[in-house]
Design a protein around this ligand. Structure first.
Ligand code: CAA
Length: 257
């Protein structure tokens, strides 16, 4: 399918989604969200794909929800269409998604990055939730995910002031997993995604599920849940292959079974 607002490229077992509204700093309008949702669904269904990367361009990952598109909404229209709810579809993907962020990741852009499984940041990355300056508040999980990722005091400061955080501060705060040179960002994100895609996909799904469960459970419930999933991995052919390959000092040949 031809998309207008995203570019989709297949890189071996990885799909690279490039947000593509550069003249609007990749502002997230409804078309882009629909197209990204469609692309992610296709990648989920494609047996040859094991992971995804979402990126933007050198100036912006995404500068937020499209202010021009939403400015005339009323409470009734926003509420009745359940505005923004579609975005959450990203979080139901089972295959890992890496956000590769350079430039601005603001408002909905920061929220989109946080919906991914982890964020790799280029040195130029700037994160922020500036909605308060527009007379609104974050609406795609910013107050919830940022608070869980970087602690309440920092999240509160960012949400109440709209202050931006650079890549270095974002790494120190735990928002991003690694900071890379801008020129290496996308290639390193694809390499990382490729390394995940070459593992046993059922185990990758279980690992992702288990880490995500830690946000929804108490510690003892989470540990119990993890243990059960761990037990279930012994039903996989890939578990036998992984352990035999280790003992035989060779690379495993996972079959996703
Ligand atoms: N929506 C719509 N258009 C946007 C946009 C956005 N979020 N962000 C930037 N643009 C557009 C600008 O209007 C401009 O378009 P025109 O050339 O047609 O005027 C173009 O992108 C370039 O932007 P600037 O000229 O402003 O670029 P700059 O380098 O001077 O500033 C910036 C960059 C600081 C990121 C500034 O663009 C900015 O503050 N953008 C808005 C950031 C923001 O408030 N985001 C939150 C949106 S609300 C939200 O996301 C709600 C939610 O939680 C879901």
């Amino acid at each position: 399918m031809n998309y207008e607002t995203i570019i989709v490229e297949k890189k071996e077992k990885v799909i690279l989604f490039t947000l593509n509204r550069p003249d609007q700093l990749n502002a997230l309008n409804s078309k882009l969200i629909d197209e990204l949702g469609d692309g992610l669904t296709n990648a989920e269904l494609d047996e040859n794909i094991g992971a995804m990367v979402i990126t933007g361009n050198a100036k912006a990952f995404a500068a937020g929800a499209d202010i021009k598109e939403m400015k005339d909404k009323t409470f009734a229209t926003a509420y009745m269409e359940n505005f923004i709810s579609k975005w959450e579809a990203i979080t139901s993907c089972r295959k890992p998604i890496i956000a590769a962020v350079a430039g601005f990741a603001l408002g909905g852009g920061c929220e989109l990055a946080m919906m991914c499984d982890f964020i790799l940041a280029g040195e130029s990355a700037k994160f922020g939730q500036p909605e308060i300056k527009l007379g609104i508040i974050p609406g795609a999980g910013g107050t919830q995910r940022l608070t869980r990722f970087i602690s309440k005091p920092k999240a509160m400061e960012m949400v109440l002031t709209g202050r931006m955080m650079d890549a270095d501060e974002a790494e120190k705060s735990g928002l991003v997993s690694r900071v890379l040179k801008d020129e290496d960002l996308v290639s390193e994100a694809i390499k990382t995604a490729q390394s995940i895609a070459n593992l046993s996909l059922p185990s990758v799904f279980l690992a992702k599920d288990s880490v995500n469960y830690s946000y929804e459970s108490s510690l003892s419930q989470g540990v119990e849940y993890e243990r059960k999933l761990f037990h279930s991995t012994f039903s996989l052919e890939d578990q036998k292959e992984g352990m035999e390959a280790f003992i035989e000092k060779r690379k495993p040949n996972f079959k996703n079974r």
